[in-house]
Ligand binder design. Structure first.
Ligand code: RB5
Length: 145
C-alpha cells in the first residue's frame, strides 16, 4: 500500500517508528514530516497528509501528535476526510469497517510503539462493510460545507 504520514513534534518519533515498520513490510511511505523535536503546528501537518489522501495519491493516511486529538480534529475539518483517533487495536478495525476512515491518528505520548504497530496492522487488515454504514457516512458527508 501507499501511505502518507505526518506528525508534529509530539508525534514524530512514533511516526518514524511506524514509517520504518511499514517500509519493512514493503509499503511505500510518503513522509511529510516533521522530523525533529522543534515545535510546529499540527494543523499544517494534518493538511499536508490529508491533501495526499484527497488527491488519491495514497491509499490512506497516518497522523501522529502528542495526544492524537489535535491533529485528528484538524484533519476532520477537511472535506472528504474521515480521520479516526485510534487508542487501541480493538477500535482500529471498527474505524475501517463501520466508518471507512481514510486517515487514522495516534497519540505519540500515549501509545507505545508495539501497540501502535498493532493498531496500524488491525486497521490495514480490516475492510469497509458498506451496507447500513453507507447511509450514515452519506450523512457525515452532508455535514460538509
Ligand atoms: C503539542 O505540545 C501538543 O499539544 C500536540 O502534539 C497535541 O497533543 C495536540 O492535540
Amino acid at each position: 500500500m501507499k501511505i502518507a504520514m505526518a506528525a508534529d513534534h509530539g508525534g514524530y518519533e512514533l511516526k518514524n517508528i511506524l514509517r520504518d515498520y511499514l517500509e519493512g513490510k514493503g509499503h511505500e511511505i510518503i513522509n511529510l514530516g516533521t522530523d525533529s523535536p522543534e515545535s510546529v503546528d499540527y494543523p499544517d501537518y494534518a493538511k499536508a497528509c490529508c491533501d495526499e489522501v484527497i488527491a488519491k495519491r495514497v491509499d490512506f493516511g497516518i497522523l501522529v501528535c502528542g495526544s492524537g486529538v489535535g491533529i485528528s480534529i484538524a484533519a476532520n475539518k477537511i472535506d472528504g476526510i474521515r480521520c479516526a483517533l485510534c487508542p487501541s487495536k480493538e477500535i482500529a478495525p471498527l474505524t475501517k469497517q463501520h466508518n471507512n476512515a481514510n486517515v487514522i491518528a495516534l497519540g505519540g505520548r500515549f501509545t507505545a510503539p508495539d501497540e501502535a504497530k498493532a493498531i496500524v496492522d488491525a486497521y490495514m487488515a480490516a475492510e469497509y462493510e458498506g451496507g447500513r454504514h453507507q447511509g450514515r457516512i452519506d450523512k457525515i458527508t452532508a455535514l460538509e460545507k
